[in-house]
Design a protein around this ligand. Structure first.
Ligand code: XMP
Length: 430
């Protein structure tokens, strides 16, 4: 990394990532490191210009005081301490401090240059990937989600045909999703892409399985098996590309922050398939990943797409999955997305989708009694997906979507809108 860096040392603050984002917004790269980093470790990081001790409340974690090593104070880097008074919420305190004080430390005291931008970042990563991979090959599971798509675009730029992408269509993708992965990566970026249509295999395994956790386990486990089978067919692969991003690393727990979730990887691959990891996005926050994707030339529709669960439409076709209901989920989801885009709601609403429960209700079509499924629309806003509120959709838009679903989607005679916040409901139904 050629760009100047401000190191934040974590002494138990809850605001480390907010601070790191603030510094990056000033154009200077920033990383969070554990409080007990040694001077040698610090020197091994490239281009450190200064250190911020981010204290947290009284520098106490789990009842014990945390301190940095004394040697850090004497190693020559400019140091500033942010210690939050116990009486003040850390978030508010950080908002009060800030920009002038932070600017003066970074630019006057540390003499850091504002050279953190996506173009430089990509140039750096491309160089680092080339150095790491040499003339070897990298395998990547390309789901079409934001992170794996941006990793793919970055790796294509760095090593071209030495990247082998595997796209597994588990049959639970949204309408035209696999097609757009093929269009963008194979046809436009000329990626070395292996497309596996495993629809029948997944739907076969899922037949008559109604328990949500079991469904999730089958989809996750089968995905690993398909990917593994493809990996075994290939020869001379030494590396595995992965869309790890900075929050995944931070949330894996630092020495002073509790673990939120384990660091995810394509875990579950058998031990004899040993790959070295290539993780070119591991320093980026989510919004930076999107900016990186745009800079790499990916379409905005791919980079700004809403979150989509790994088990796909499988957890939106409630209970035991049947093909007719799966198709109803897929078609109604496509209508919802189309109409949200027309109404400009795709930029306003965090996540929106449809689900189809596994029961029928009585209705009337063509002057005759019918007994068919219902579609439930869900549209929520959230910051971190831990809690969520429903979006108050304009009545006319809802009516138009309802009418289109009733007219265009087979086996459906009723549309409902889910009014439940999270908690007590979760965002997904299963
Ligand atoms: P819940 O339903 O727990 O969802 O309120 C919170 C957010 O997580 C998404 N979600 C998943 N994402 N793999 C994922 O990558 C999954 O298995 C998964 N399950 C839920 C969900 O869409 C929502 O944004």
């Amino acid at each position: 990394m050629k760009q100047d860096m401000i190191v934040i040392l974590d002494l138990g603050s809850t605001q480390n990532t907010v601070l790191a984002r603030q510094i990056r917004d000033l154009g200077v790269y920033s990383e969070i490191h554990p409080h007990d980093i040694t001077v040698d470790e610090l020197n091994a990081l490239d281009n450190v210009k200064g250190i911020i001790l981010n204290g947290g409340e009284n520098r106490i974690v789990d009842g014990a005081a945390v301190e940095v090593r004394q040697e850090l104070y004497d190693c020559g880097y400019p140091i500033i301490s942010i210690d939050y008074p116990g009486s003040c919420c850390e978030k508010q305190y950080l908002e009060l401090l800030s920009e002038e004080e932070l600017r003066s430390f970074i630019f006057d005291e540390c003499q850091a240059e504002a050279n953190w931008n996506m173009k430089n970042f990509i140039d750096d990563q491309v160089e680092m990937i080339k150095k790491q991979v040499g003339d070897k090959k990298v395998l990547l599971a390309l789901s079409g989600g934001v992170d794996s798509s941006v990793v793919a675009a970055m790796l294509i730029k760095a090593i071209g045909q030495q990247l082998v992408c595997v796209h597994v269509n588990h049959g639970l993708m949204r309408k035209n999703e696999s097609e757009s992965v093929i269009e963008v990566f194979k046809n436009q970026l000329h990626a070395n892409l292996i497309y596996v249509d495993a629809t029948e295999r997944f739907l076969g395994k899922l037949e008559n399985v109604s328990d949500p956790e079991q469904k999730r386990k089958i989809i996750g486990g089968e995905f690993i098996r398909v990917f593994e089978e493809e990996a075994r067919k290939l020869e001379g692969i030494d590396f595995l590309g992965q869309g790890t991003i900075y929050p995944d690393i931070i949330e894996s727990g630092t020495k002073t922050a509790k673990m939120v979730k384990s660091h995810h990887n394509v875990g579950g691959l058998p031990e004899d398939l040993q790959f070295e990891l290539v993780e070119p996005l591991k320093q980026l926050f989510k919004d930076e990943v999107r900016a990186c994707g745009i800079e790499l030339g990916l379409p905005a529709s791919m980079v700004y797409r809403q979150p989509f669960p790994g088990p796909g439409l499988g957890v939106r076709c409630l209970g035991a999955i049947t093909r007719d209901r799966l198709e109803a989920v897929r078609e109604s989801d496509a209508i919802l997305r189309e109409e949200f885009e027309k109404a400009g709601l795709n930029k306003k609403v965090w996540q929106y989708f449809t689900v189809v429960p596994d029961f029928k209700s009585v209705g009337m079509k063509n002057h005759a009694r019918c007994f068919e499924y219902m579609v439930i629309i869900r549209a929520i806003n959230t910051v971190d997906a831990m809690t969520a509120s429903i979006e108050k959709i304009d009545w006319d838009v809802l009516e138009k979507i309802t009418n289109r679903i009733l007219a265009e989607v087979d086996h459906v005679n009723r549309v409902c809108y889910d009014m439940s916040p999270k908690p007590p409901a979760t965002i997904e139904f299963e």
